[in-house]
Design a protein around this ligand. Structure first.
Ligand code: ZN
Ligand code: ZN
Length: 387
């Protein structure tokens, strides 16, 4: 790291000038290169990345580009490092930073936003109006590491202090990478109104966000919490995370079963995490009149929706992006108080050098993979053998 004036470092955490970093070439192509270690500016710290989890959105970005936005366009062949679900240790402080100390373990949110637009000022920094504007003469300072700025598939990254979440020593590196996933689930429930104690909730789709959505809804006191999906092994983990009921949609009519399990009525809330083609139409039939549906998945294609049913029944439908309104801090509070065990969704760990193998496990669900974590230190690389 070539430090600017005012940057604080410590002899306990020596910082090299360059680091290993994966960068995106053509669609689907990742290359391991050496990059300069970035230096933190005002209101930023340098984080040594100790663990980074792979998210379905990373797979989407690596193959298709969106929702990453680099210099106004797709992120290919721009020396861009993806990866956004990481945690680590603070190793350098930008000028004036005294909110965190060197050596402190943190996990990170993705979206720093621009800090100056209407939505950022409302706490909706994942909906920043200046998304991706951080270059040339449209530099609004927007940051969303792994989306509009370099991310976590490397050894060090700079983070705005508004994206840091302090974690306790008792929380493992792997668990800490899951805080942002739980934070996304928490944000969905926040946007639904947040007062879910005693209310009925369906979560559709037992991916990482869906499974932690069950855990967070249960921790917030919802009942019953019903999880729907197609894979029995994942529904079983949902039960362990607090689902009162699980429904395998291959075996049962999901709307009828939800109603039967909730005393004949639809539920108060649905958190849609599957992205399945008919998910919205099913969700609006699972909720009772006046119920609320939160959409947290990115479907691939446009799908027709029964709008008349939504209007006739005064149903509220929300889209959410990521983890706004400090939801990550609330999720971390549940996790550090051991209100649920997020590590149940962590299945595999690989060395940073083995990122392509790790991605293959996540994408093809090899060996029932759910959350796959990559670490730059302490894990033996198997590059030659595994490829
Ligand atoms: Zn993610
Ligand atoms: Zn903004």
């Amino acid at each position: 790291m070539v430090a600017a004036p005012g940057v604080k470092t410590s002899a306990d955490f020596p910082i090299p000038d360059t680091m290993k970093a994966w960068v995106l070439g053509n669609p689907g192509e990742l290359k391991l290169i050496q990059k300069p270690v970035p230096a933190p500016k005002r209101a930023e710290v340098l984080v040594r990345i100790d663990a980074v989890a792979i998210c379905a959105t990373d797979l989407e970005i690596i193959d298709h580009g969106s929702p990453a936005l680099i210099q106004g366009g797709k992120p290919f062949n721009k020396n861009f490092t993806p990866g956004h679900e990481y945690m680590g240790t603070v190793v350098a402080l930008g000028p004036g930073v005294d909110e965190y100390r060197i050596g402190q373990r943190v996990t990170v949110e993705i979206h720093a936003g621009c800090g100056q637009c209407k939505r950022c000022r409302e706490g909706m920094y994942t909906s920043c109006h200046n998304y991706g504007l951080n270059y040339g003469d449209v530099d609004k300072g927007h940051r969303a590491n792994g989306f509009t700025t370099d991310g976590g598939f490397c050894e060090y990254q700079v983070n705005n202090i508004n994206t840091l979440v302090a974690i306790p020593d008792a929380m493992s590196d792997e668990e800490a990478t899951l805080v942002v996933t739980a934070g996304t689930a928490m944000y969905g429930l926040t946007e639904l109104g947040g007062l879910v104690a005693g209310e009925s909730v369906v979560v559709t789709g037992p991916g990482p966000i869906g499974l932690l959505g069950v855990a967070v809804a249960k921790a917030l006191g919802a009942q019953p919490v019903i999880l729907t999906g197609t894979r029995d092994n994942r529904l079983k983990i949902g039960r362990e995370l607090g689902a009162d009921h699980v429904i395998n949609v291959r075996n049962e009519d999901v709307v009828e079963t939800v109603k039967r399990l909730n005393g004949g009525k639809g539920v108060d809330y649905v958190v849609e995490c599957s992205g399945a083609p008919n998910a919205v139409n099913e969700a609006i039939r699972m909720v009772n009149r006046g119920g609320k549906v939160c959409l947290a998945a990115f479907p691939h294609a446009e799908t027709p929706v029964d709008v008349a049913h939504i209007v006739r029944n005064n149903i509220y439908v929300f889209g959410i992006r990521g983890e706004g309104k400090s939801a990550t801090h609330r999720a971390e509070a549940f996790m550090s108080q051991k209100r649920f065990d997020a590590t149940k969704i962590h299945t595999h760990t690989f060395a940073l050098d083995d990122l392509p193998t790790a991605i293959r496990y996540a994408k093809d669900r090899v060996d029932d993979a759910i959350k796959v974590v990559v670490k730059a230190r302490g894990v033996a690389a198997h590059r030659v053998a595994a490829e």
